[in-house]
Design a protein around this ligand. Structure first.
Ligand code: LMR
Length: 397
């Protein structure tokens, strides 16, 4: 039976990890997978998380099952973090939610929920979107199509074209949005654009499905969710997938949540049973550990402050790397305007160079990035900026 399947190519993004690890060039630079790194290329465990681990270890006296919801306190903490302490939707019990194995688990359970309810729906994703959105959503049996988004000329968004496409959507459509720090482009919607989307969703009846995996890594924890909160206040129903991989540095602990905002507490109760049922059918229960750690951090004012401060300094470091890279590029003989690098938000920028140029960066200079020319800005450091800018100058010649 097993002789019927051929070897698959490596995942385009995760495959870069192996390529990079096997590269012996001492100058190699890893701008591939979206992982925050410090100046020495290390992805440290955040200070507040280290402390929470000790607290949790002293406290935990059982490893018994928690059920498909995971750590309930964690789910409530994330509701407040994303939708705000004063969210009416949360206060009135209209938001169902459960812990999931990372943001991927949330996207998958969210997609299964939509499939159960609506059956024949189309999910609209930005062009481009995070590569894994497509298999995650389509493997739940939903059709996925794209709406115009990134403007390669300006490094921003083609909002007129996006809005024209949104004008065609109706109740059988789901609009997949990146809550902040768009992956892969770093091009984010403005507050006014979120308002326009909310207006259309409320009038036309399509459901927003927000994937938010980088809260706090753009302009700040509150600033980054202004658009999502506006949407939550102005549409009755929406789905949100969150991840603690980047902003709590819990990558391998697979810690996320799925939140579903509904019209009433009764609806939320019914949806809660469905998402738990979908979780049970997939993986039964999420790994609890990351949820306990985040819950500990969010509930302890001192730890929470320490976490926020560290997160802010990570975001600031990424911003200064953006400015540093742009400065180095501008000091070279490069006939392309890269000033969008400092406009884009979060960990990623789309360099807008060809696949062939990306290959040259990798093969000739050991600089690794996604084929799309997405770079993980957090993979840069002050030492390598000149080297990266030199390589860009050479491949763009
Ligand atoms: C990325 O986009 O690099 C990260 O979200 C990691 C992943 O799973 O693709």
């Amino acid at each position: 039976m097993f002789d019927q399947l051929d070897v698959l190519p490596a995942d385009p993004l995760l495959g870069l990890i192996t390529l990079y690890n096997n590269d012996t060039n001492p100058k190699k630079v890893d701008l591939g997978v979206g992982v925050y790194r410090d100046e020495h290329g290390h992805t440290a465990i955040m200070q507040a998380i280290q402390k929470a681990e000790k607290i949790h270890m002293d406290k935990e006296d059982s490893k018994t099952y928690l059920g498909p919801i995971g750590v309930a306190g964690f789910v409530n903490g994330i509701k407040s973090l994303v939708l705000g302490e004063s969210s009416q939707a949360v206060a009135s019990g209209r938001v169902a939610g459960l812990q999931t194995p990372g943001g991927c688990g949330a996207l998958r359970i969210g997609a299964e929920l939509l499939k159960r309810i609506k059956g024949e729906v189309t999910v609209w994703a930005s062009d481009p979107t995070w590569a894994n959105h497509i298999p995650l959503i389509s493997s739940a049996g939903l059709e996925i199509k794209s709406y115009p988004y990134f403007d390669a000329e300006t490094g921003g968004i083609k909002f007129d074209a996006m809005d024209a496409k949104l004008a065609e959507l109706g109740p059988n459509d789901i609009l997949l949005l990146h809550g902040c720090c768009h992956n892969p482009t770093g091009a984010d919607l403005s507050y006014e654009q979120w308002q326009q989307i909310a207006k259309r969703a409320a009038e036309q009846g399509f459901i927003p499905f927000v994937d938010i995996a980088y809260q706090g890594l753009g302009d700040g924890l509150e600033e980054d969710v202004k658009g999502v909160r506006y949407l939550s206040e102005h549409v009755e129903e929406m789905v949100i997938a969150t991840s603690c991989s980047k902003n709590f540095g819990l990558y391998r602990e697979r810690t996320g949540t799925l939140l579903v905002q509904t019209k009433s507490a009764e609806n939320a109760h019914a949806i809660q049973t469905h998402v738990q049922d979908a979780a049970r059918a997939n993986y039964s229960m999420p790994p609890a550990y990351g949820g306990f750690l985040v819950d500990t951090v969010l509930q302890d004012p001192a730890l929470r402050k320490e976490w926020e401060d560290e997160l802010n300094s990570m975001a600031e470091r990424v911003k200064s790397l953006r400015a540093g890279l742009l400065e180095k590029i501008q000091a070279r003989d490069i006939d392309k305007d890269f000033s969008f690098i400092v406009e884009q938000k979060g960990m990623f920028s789309f360099l807008g160079i060809s696949k062939e140029q990306v290959r040259k960066m990798r093969e000739d200079y050991s600089i690794y990035m996604a084929d799309s020319s997405r770079i993980n800005v957090a993979g840069l450091n002050t030492e390598c900026l000149d080297y990266v800018a030199d390589a860009l100058e050479a491949v763009l010649k």
